[in-house]
Design a protein around this ligand. Structure first.
Ligand SMILES: *Cc1c(COP(=O)(O)O)cnc(C)c1O
Length: 432
């Protein structure tokens, strides 16, 4: 009935998240409100960790892709669970730093890292810098040299795999802004150059083929292509690549149309493919890293809004207006991403209307979704949008000078604030 395993309905007919009454949360903390189920967040991360233990002898590491939802508390939680972090900017890196995360377990990504970012990473001994291009390699080699250290790196490779997903979230094909292409020989050239660089240590190679992917085959294919490249490097450069980072991208259920595979199946198939390639190509079994983001945080989150009004436009559509919108969830405006919504205070009632949920920004495209099935909504109702734990808070903005909502975590019947709601003074804090 619900898209995430942690959602339910209580005896009052209210929607619950992680066992907590969401209508009460809306009353206590106000709306809009992001609610994350801490137990589900941890459970999802542990599912990946356990699958590496089970199918790959524990010879690997999970790095949570923090861009999907980054704040100090989530960095602390992942760190406590032995999960590494994948970061893409100095802001995410700084958040991890302030949270006391283990920098050895950080993978630092990005297709245009600045000198400031590289220096921060080198100074704080980031475990792996994922180098995207030749310019970055040269700059990093210089920066590490100036500091008298050797930086551990991986190369971002475009394996040339079609990930069967939305064009905007595909990243493994040759026409991508990320990484080095294999087909053109660019990747091998970079490897040779890195081996010759005195201040970098090429530990591994990385690929990330896209996001919201449901099929396992593209991941298996990508792993095979990467293993072949490891063998080519050994043969052509006499250099052993000891780590293989396979990125993230596993799909989740946003609506009933989505049919994700169990996380464990992914690791089972990919481990088998890597082991087989090793035997066939006579290379050592690499340490494996994976970087799930959406599939860890997405299902753990919901967003609560208050309905302010309902507009019936005869023979056209019904707009249900909420007190948030593209400022807290820009994904429909960006990629027409679909969501499931529930009237939280009528969660036991049938969804007998079809509506467009509209935000409060001055944009006609400010919608959470169109053609959505919903219980009959009235002003004052609490509307819950499900599976918003990933790419929502992290993509939020202050457009129209709307303050960002609070994020609260629920766990074992309790709730607590993890990110405070922005105040009006926060909105003008940098204005002169
Ligand atoms: C975005 C991204 C991820 C996470 O992708 P999900 O689809 O959220 O799992 C992992 N690695 C890299 C390099 C990324 O850019």
């Amino acid at each position: 009935m619900f898209v995430s395993e942690n959602l339910g309905v209580n005896e009052k007919g209210h929607l619950t998240a992680g066992g907590v009454d969401t209508v009460e949360l809306a009353q206590q903390y106000g709306t809009p409100l992001y609610v994350m189920d801490e137990n589900l967040l941890v459970k999802n991360a542990q599912r990946y960790k356990n699958s590496i233990d089970k199918f790959y002898g524990g010879n690997g590491m999970v790095c949570y892709a923090s861009k999907v939802f980054c704040c100090k508390e989530v960095c602390r939680i992942m760190n406590n669970e032995g999960i590494g972090l994948d970061v893409v900017s100095i802001g995410e890196l700084y958040t991890a730093f302030k949270a006391g995360a283990d920098f050895e377990k950080i993978c630092f990504h990005g297709n245009n890292k600045t000198d400031e970012e590289l220096e921060f990473a080198v100074d704080n001994k980031v475990g792996r810098i994922i180098v995207d291009n030749m310019f970055e390699l040269e700059r990093l080699d210089r920066i590490a040299g100036e500091k008298g250290v050797k930086a551990n790196i991986m190369f971002r490779i475009k394996p040339g795999i079609d990930a069967h997903t939305h064009d905007f979230v595909k990243t493994g094909q040759i026409d991508s802004k990320f990484g080095f292409a294999l087909e053109t020989g660019e990747a091998m050239e970079a490897v040779k150059k890195a081996i010759a660089c005195p201040n970098v240590n090429l530990k591994g190679i990385h690929c990330h083929i896209g996001s919201q992917i449901f099929a396992i085959d593209p991941f298996v294919e990508a792993a095979q292509v990467m293993m072949k490249f490891i063998a080519d490097i050994k043969e052509q450069c006499d250099w052993e690549i000891t780590e293989l980072n396979l990125g993230g991208g596993f799909g989740i259920m946003y609506t009933e149309k989505d049919d994700p595979v169990p996380y464990e199946d992914y690791m089972e198939k990919v481990s088998a493919a890597v082991k087989e390639s090793c035997e066939k190509l006579n290379v050592k079994l690499p340490f494996i890293l994976i970087e799930p983001g959406r599939s860890i945080a997405g299902p753990a989150g919901i967003t609560l809004y208050t309905c302010g009004g309902v507009k019936h436009i005869p023979n056209i559509r019904t707009y249900v207006s909420i007190d948030g919108g593209m400022t807290d969830n820009p994904r429909y405006a960006l990629y027409q991403s679909e969501y499931d919504a529930v009237v939280a205070n009528k969660a036991d009632k049938p969804k007998d209307t079809t509506v467009t949920i509209a935000g409060k920004c001055c944009e006609s495209g400010d919608l959470i979704g169109e053609g959505m099935a919903l219980q009959s909504a009235e002003p004052g109702d609490i509307i819950a949008v499900c599976a918003t734990g990933a790419y929502n808070y992290s993509m939020s903005s202050n457009y129209n000078r709307i303050p960002k909502p609070a994020v609260i975590f629920v766990k074992d019947g309790q709730s607590r604030v993890v990110i405070k709601r922005e105040t009006l003074d926060d909105i003008i804090r940098n204005d002169i």
